[in-house]
Write a protein that binds this ligand. Structure first.
Ligand SMILES: C[S@@+](CC[C@H](N)C(=O)[O-])C[C@H]1O[C@@H](n2cnc3c(N)ncnc32)[C@H](O)[C@@H]1O
Length: 207
């Protein structure tokens, strides 16, 4: 279990509003903020495109996406290893009046068992796990997925490494398209789009 996420999971959410440490970095801060907002918006667009009624949010943090999804009438199971983040997610769901559709759990994705669902969402969590394949193999009963995975060898990779691993002590994985297809081999129909320093990966849905 990575203790470094205990507080970081809450602090991470500041990036959406351009606050915190990232908000203080000229040029790079806004670039990171735009990427995080793009991820959130793409996830919501995919949620609507795939027509899921029940979803799993892996590493849900303070529940920003989960609560937005629940506002669309979807039932959400949100998991995060950080208890303070889960407490905030529960409070956000109460405030938004969607507690009945939000089930938040403090849990390590590596050990938790997942219920039936129509889609799983990974907004920046799987690549922090030592072996994401261990989690994916517990998710193959879920037909749709949305994932956002860092690109192997991007020119910003060294900075990412300095910030995440050297300063925060958080190891993470980077991926090539071939790595992604190997990890998600249980899903033969994948759409993989590159944007900035990440790959957006979804199952193909009819439009
Ligand atoms: C980069 S943050 C993304 C948070 C949220 N998905 C978002 O986009 O705002 C990664 C999240 O993954 C969670 N996390 C990391 N390792 C985890 C694990 N093994 N099990 C569950 N959650 C984990 C962290 O606590 C953190 O909230």
């Amino acid at each position: 279990m990575n203790k470094s996420w205990e507080k970081e999971a809450v602090v991470f959410d500041e990036i959406y509003e351009g606050r915190g440490l990232v908000g203080k970095i000229p040029l790079l801060g806004p670039f990171i903020q735009r990427g995080i907002i793009e991820r959130h918006n793409r996830a919501l667009a995919f949620l609507q495109a795939c027509g899921a009624q029940t979803i799993l949010d892996l590493g849900c943090g303070v529940g920003r996406f989960a609560v937005a999804a629940a506002r669309h009438g979807v039932t959400v199971y949100g998991y995060d290893i950080s208890a303070p983040a889960i407490a905030q997610a529960q409070a956000a769901a109460r405030q938004a009046g969607v507690s009945d559709r939000c089930h938040f759990l403090t849990a390590d994705l590596l050990t938790v068992a997942f219920p039936p669902a129509d889609a799983w969402f990974d907004l920046g969590c799987l690549h922090y796990l030592p072996d994401p394949a261990q989690v994916v193999q517990k998710l193959t009963h879920v037909p749709h997925l949305f994932s956002c995975l860092p690109l192997k060898g991007h020119w910003l990779s060294p900075l990412h490494y300095v910030y995440r691993t050297l300063l925060r002590g958080q190891k993470y994985l980077e991926f090539s398209e071939a790595d992604i297809r190997r990890l998600l081999a249980a899903y033969p129909n994948l759409q993989i789009d590159r944007s900035g320093m990440v790959y957006y990966v979804t199952t193909v849905v009819a439009v």
